[in-house]
Write a protein that binds this ligand. Sequence first.
Ligand SMILES: [Zn+2]
Length: 398
Amino acid sequence: MTPPPSIALRRGDAGPAVAAVCERLVLTGDLPGGAGHADRHGDPIFDERVEQAVKSFQQRRGLLVDGVVGRHTYAVLDGARWTLGDRVLRYIPEYFVEGDDVVTLQSRLAELGFTPGKVDGIHGPATDAAVRAFQAALGLESDGTVGPETMRAFAGLRRSVVGGSASALRERETIRRSGYSLSGRTVVLDPGHGGTDHGARGHLGLEEARLALDLARRIEGRLSAHGVSVVFTHTEVTDGGTDEERAAFANSCDADLVLSLHTDHSQTGSAHGAATYFYGAGDHAGWSSIGEHFADLLLREVVARTGLTDCRTHARTWPLLRRTRMPAVRLDVGYLSHEGDAAALANPQTLDHVAEAVVVALQRVYLGEADTSRTGMLRLDDLRRHLASMQGVGAGER
Ligand SMILES: [Zn+2]
């Protein structure tokens, strides 16, 4: 039925174009089926009955109710029979494709954080750009063609993802594809400072760089036991370099996650507690939702296990968080300038608790979105049981 007729159809007209209009009106339920008036060629006549049907269709669609099928009414009427997936959609500069399937496409893109422009059912340049961005985000060929492959991607995402930004979508999709297990993942541990930079010094002779490295080793041992490849940004003798260099290194490892370990220090001596940081720039265009999720879980597990004060999770744009392609989180575990925190951190058991918190938080991230409700002192055994049941569910999806 495309391209549309060059002239408007109105009461009294007849011919194949009127026949096509009647056919669509029957499909939309506006025109009762069965024989209407026909001309001597057997084509239906645009009679009062058809006019009423056109008016009721226009009414429902918010069009100008004039009973005349002009270009716009024709396009909307033609588009009404399409549901997303019926046909291949693409941007055609000379003639924008219109239809209910385009409305669905646009709403879904908008829902996923892409910006298709106004949800108007017209496949224009903004919709095209959003489709290409969506394809690129999922690693599909970014050709703007909404064919079977892109449709499948939509179908796979619909269930689990509502809202969020493109990068959030990408992160979640990566995790969904890679499954629920920790095994086979690569985690970059970044002990803060190092080399000639000792970081903060505090009570009981504690030194940030040494403490961070000690903690990193304890985390490494536990993660390795779960089949995770652990990579350090530096050792005790090497210098980790600037945050930019550490981020570049993590990117070169193609890691699943980066965890940077620090302790805090303040002049007053009264500040205390633990905090986590993830990448976030205030709007959802730059926001790591997995980073936020992990940062939140990690802090809750750390606080529950160590008794350190909860200093909250914060969005930051520090280079290590911003320049890493994978979710990156920084943990500041206690103030060396605070007597109570320092005493806790001087106890190796505290570092073991923190290390276990890291493993549990990581496990929880890879359990997926549905599991965010229960947090606190979840033990590894509970998680393994839960993971086993999740893997039973997940196996059929992969
Ligand atoms: Zn530091």
